[in-house]
Write a protein that binds this ligand. Structure first.
Ligand code: HEM
Ligand code: NAG
Ligand code: NAG
Ligand code: NAG
Ligand code: NAG
Length: 318
């Protein structure tokens, strides 16, 4: 019994620290925009009907938003007076999904004008995208406001690269307060969506074969990438558009597409290996951890209170 006491105190202190850091709440729009989840879900559902990648595009935008000065909608800003867009960073090269965000914003401005931030739209669109693709639903924290700044250098320095090793990836996550479990769980978002060949084709060199890549999978990728380095291929070759635990079983069979995926499992002695194995064993474990890690990521440095603004056009300052 005695050993539980310090743990309880630890948890309590942790909760208090989390609360003072974030000040977000799941019921933030309960009165001001009660149908916000329904409205976002309808637009995401419509987008998914004609574009299997819609959900993948949206959650990736949320990730790239949160990793640069917190979840404040900064990734959505295009070049304009006083703003150098984060879209000039290599990690944001040709990132997509802005038109879906615009459609969500339009639907929300109609129902509850001036109320829902673009930063919160990305957080809600993420949970709806994952859920509609067969994944978990988590309690989304809300109340973020939109930045009046962008940080191109922050995007260049802060976004992880597919060519990094485990220590570099862990370091990028650690800088925003995320740990190895968050890194592995959130990388599981590569269970859907696509990647261009330019981000993994160095692994396909026949005179220097990557021993952590299955040979038949490598041959298949070489054929696909013969069409050019801008060719898109499935991040999860087994169930490309479903949100499931196959990303982790793929890693166990050396079917990870990006170097940054496979190193989570193929780096001897890394604490990420056991976490991959745990998620490969239990989809429930993965889903629970994924939801918690999305909440953790969503809590990175939000603007609250009277900071920032509620943009009326997500791509531009008011
Ligand atoms: C761990 C470090 C990560 C690296 C190095 C990384 C890198 C990449 C790269 C290179 C692509 C392909 C981009 C393209 O070809 O345009 C991609 C796609 C994607 N990433 Fe990540 N990523 C990471 C973590 C994450 C996280 C944390 C999430 C979300 C929680 C995420 C969600 C996605 C999704 C859904 C796609 C597919 C997007 C689409 O189909 O348009 N990634 N990622
Ligand atoms: C934004 O403008 C800067 C120069 O002010 C330029 O270097 C950059 O390429 C532009 N970014 C985009 C995404 O067009
Ligand atoms: C980005 O998109 C533009 C067209 O929108 C295309 O011309 C360019 O080749 C793309 N760049 C990459 C690296 O895929
Ligand atoms: C990862 O890469 C960095 C920079 O190249 C290097 O210093 C470090 O030793 C590498 N770590 C591992 C585990 O390979
Ligand atoms: C492939 O690997 C060989 C041997 O390491 C190297 O000399 C060559 O430059 C690589 N080719 C490419 C296209 O990277």
């Amino acid at each position: 019994m005695a050993s539980f006491k310090p743990i309880a105190i630890f948890l309590l202190v942790g909760l208090m620290l989390g609360a003072s850091k974030a000040q977000l709440s799941p019921t933030f729009y309960a009165k001001s925009c009660p149908n916000v989840f329904k409205i976002v879900r309808a637009v995401v559902q419509k987008a998914l009907a004609t574009d299997a990648r819609a959900g993948a595009r949206l959650i990736r935008l949320h990730f790239h938003d949160c990793f640069v000065d917190g979840c404040d909608g900064s990734v959505l800003l295009v070049n304009q007076s006083g703003i150098v867009s984060e879209l000039g960073a290599r990690g944001n090269d040709n990132i997509t999904g802005f038109n879906i965000v615009d459609n969500i914003k339009a639907a929300l401005e109609k129902a509850c004008p001036g109320i829902v931030s673009c930063a919160d739209i990305l957080a809600i669109a993420s949970v709806e995208s994952v859920y509609l693709s067969g994944g978990p639903y988590w309690e989304v924290q809300l109340g973020r406001r939109d930045s009046r700044t962008a940080n191109l250098q922050g995007a260049i320095d802060g976004l992880p690269s597919p060519f990094e090793n485990v220590s570099q990836l862990k370091d990028k996550f650690c800088r925003v307060g995320l740990d190895s479990t968050d890194l592995v769980a959130l990388s599981g978002a590569h269970t859907f969506g696509r990647s261009r060949c330019q981000f993994f084709d160095r692994r396909l060199n026949v005179s220097n074969p990557d021993s952590t890549l299955d040979a038949s999978y490598a041959a298949q990728l070489r054929r696909a990438c013969a069409r050019g380095r801008d060719t898109f291929v499935n991040l999860d070759p087994t169930t490309p558009d479903a949100f499931d635990k196959n990303y982790f079983t793929n890693l166990q069979s050396r079917f990870g597409l990006l170097g940054s995926d496979q190193v989570l499992f193929s780096t001897p002695g890394s604490d990420t290996v056991g976490i991959v194995n745990m998620f490969a064993r239990s989809q429930q474990q993965f889903f629970n951890s994924f939801g918690q890690s999305m909440i953790n990521m969503g809590n990175i440095k939000p603007l609250t209170g009277n900071k920032g603004e509620i943009r009326s056009n997500c791509r531009r300052l008011n």
